[in-house]
Design a binder for this molecule. Sequence first.
Ligand code: G3H
Ligand code: 13P
Ligand code: ZN
Length: 308
Amino acid sequence: MPLVTTKEMFQKAYGNYAVGAFNVNNMEIVQGITEAAMEENAPVILQVSAGARKYAKHIYLMKLIEAAVADTGVPIAVHLDHGADFEICKDCIDGGFTSVMIDGSKYSFEENVELTKRVVDYAHERGVVVEAELGKLAGIEDAVVVSEADAAFTDPDQAAEFVHRTGCDSLAIAIGTSHGAYKFKGEPKLRFDILEKVTKVLPNTPIVLHGASTVMPEFVKQCNEYGGQLPGAQGVPEDMLHKAGTMGVCKINIDTDLRLAMTASIRKFFAEHPDKFDPREYLSPARAAIKDMVKHKMRDVLGCSGKA
Ligand code: G3H
Ligand code: 13P
Ligand code: ZN
């Protein structure tokens, strides 16, 4: 099974379930996620940010993902997360990715349309699909902080015009999620009414939810028990993610939960084994924690188990 685009994955998923898009930065993360996908027989999107490319280098991540395809046989799409400009999208398309995100959400509507269309034209000529974003999420990505005051929900009518003018394959919308471990100060709330309006004006356009980690309480607790300091960390409740998956959200982005699973495991290991220093000994349980978490997401939250 070669690398695939998200086209068929999203067609099958639309209105029924969502496919998980997990951020990868090293071998243990790639293995944990793809072994989970294999055991769950689930399609999976591995996504790579600019920060991940800087940390691990494009070629290492690509080779790790190719190895995972050969090792697991599950349909894997490899996606650029939050491409900031045309050049990084071009680099990833030329470098073997099957999907890219052009994130023009920081620009005006007209500039976003123009930039996205340019990427779409380049990508489609090469069989690569494009995710775009309209609306602004609060939170942190690639060390850029968007304050709550600067965040803005997606306007459904603008969304329709945007998709028609750009020809993008999927659209990331802002309905109250945000990146990182601190998503809500009080009760978690998502604007499902906006999602519903978007899918009414854009029937069958796959919708993407960024900032969709649950910030799983057991990992936060474990981090804090073993020396971490994450007071008040809170994410998107799993029932809300499940509901989104039945309403046209086809791709659910998860990074923070991977980071927390890995960190909680390593913190515990070091606290319990202060004498150990072999990375294989603390990275093995960390990889297993990622795998268990991803299996749970696929089976109990996204609903994509058995859909490979
Ligand atoms: O959206 C942000 C993702 O969590 C990627 O984070 O840019 O630090 O790799 P990163
Ligand atoms: P989280 O920070 O909620 O995991 O979101 C990740 C994301 O949206 C990557 O693009
Ligand atoms: Zn994101």
